[in-house]
Design a protein around this ligand. Structure first.
Ligand code: NAP
Length: 296
């Protein structure tokens, strides 16, 4: 169920079932096939659908997408490093994905695939599920300025948050993010310096780590939570390891925490809903994700 396929396999593809796939590079650690196949198995009428993962190299992307279409794939998930690059190969792009400037879901449509972005949705759905908290009227601190931070910031604006405070290591990437948020962010988006967090402390009620700091054991903390209110809700988008140093520190200060598993599952469930148009067994997906990650 968790085999890795390549472009070569795609040339010879003759699966009878309705196929879905994930493409990225590297792809080895992805648990999406286990989560999606468990959901499909639990959905009446979808037992003949299957989800596979493909490691596609940068020079293969255009050719691979043509093949996925001609081999009648119903949909695809797109992950690192292709969420932006893939956009030039699509027939159309949904409005939210266009605003996010990135696509993580493709659906078979007309003569080509149509692009969607479910990352922002997944982030907000995870906050609702794990904290019973919506973004509306919230003051959100976002660490990072890459693709995940951009989806988070855009979702905050779409959900009418009160304010966003963003910090990033590289100022160049931070400026590019502010430019991308454009007029939507006017009056709501603020920047802060990680060495001077006083300005954000009184207001912040949600803090999201959207940097990759914490994936490696030796990584430093992306921010020191010491001065934040104990009521601050802390989400780390990282799910492996399941508890980063940031989440350990947050718990020490009595803060509620969640890692990136719920976001991963919720964005995947939304993709599955786009492909099938059916009610998705989201609880099954959450359960399977946690079981699979326990084995890592
Ligand atoms: P990305 O576009 O490569 O961005 C990486 C971010 O991390 C940038 O802001 C980068 O800062 C920062 N960063 C990396 N190394 C750093 C270091 N040593 N010190 C300080 N900052 C550092 O990646 P992404 O796609 O946004 O993903 C970011 C994280 O979110 C990853 O851990 C990814 O696994 C996670 N994620 C989770 C989900 C989920 O469903 N749970 C979905 C998407 C992403 P610079 O700009 O300064 O390089």
């Amino acid at each position: 169920m968790n085999s890795i396929y390549t472009l070569k396999n795609l040339y010879d593809w003759d699966e009878e079932s309705k196929c879905l796939g994930l493409i990225g590079d590297p792809i080895k650690h992805s648990i999406s096939p286990q989560i999606h196949n468990a959901a499909l198995a639990a959905m009446p009428g979808f037992k003949h659908w299957r989800y596979y993962k493909f490691e596609i190299k940068p020079e293969e992307l255009g050719e691979a997408l043509k093949l996925f279409y001609s081999k009648r794939f119903m949909g695809l998930n797109i992950t690192i490093p292709y969420k932006v690059e893939v956009m030039k190969y699509l027939g159309s792009i949904d409005q939210v994905a266009r605003k996010m400037g990135a696509v993580n879901t493709l659906k078979r449509d007309g003569k080509l695939f149509k692009g969607y972005n479910t990352d922002g949705y997944g982030m907000e759905a995870a906050l609702v599920r794990d904290f019973n908290m919506t973004l509306q009227e919230s003051v959100v601190v976002i660490l990072g300025a890459g693709g995940a931070a951009k989806a988070a910031a855009m979702q905050c604006l779409l959900a009418d948050c009160k304010a966003i405070w963003i910090a990033n290591r590289s100022q160049e990437r931070l400026s590019a993010l502010l430019k991308a948020l454009g007029t939507m962010g006017r009056g709501k988006v603020n920047v802060f310096d990680l060495n001077n967090i006083e300005s954000i402390l009184t207001e912040a009620n949600i803090l999201i780590n959207a940097t990759s700091l914490g994936m490696k054991q030796e990584d430093p903390l992306p921010i020191d939570l010491k001065k934040f209110k104990p009521s601050t809700l802390v989400m780390d988008m990282i799910y492996n390891p399941s508890e980063t140093r940031l989440l350990v520190q947050a718990k020490e200060y009595g803060m509620k925490t969640t890692n990136g598993v719920s976001m991963l599952v919720e964005q995947g469930a939304k993709s599955l809903e786009i492909w099938t148009g059916h009610v998705i067994p989201v609880s099954t997906m959450h359960q399977v994700a946690r079981e699979v990650l326990c084995q890592f």
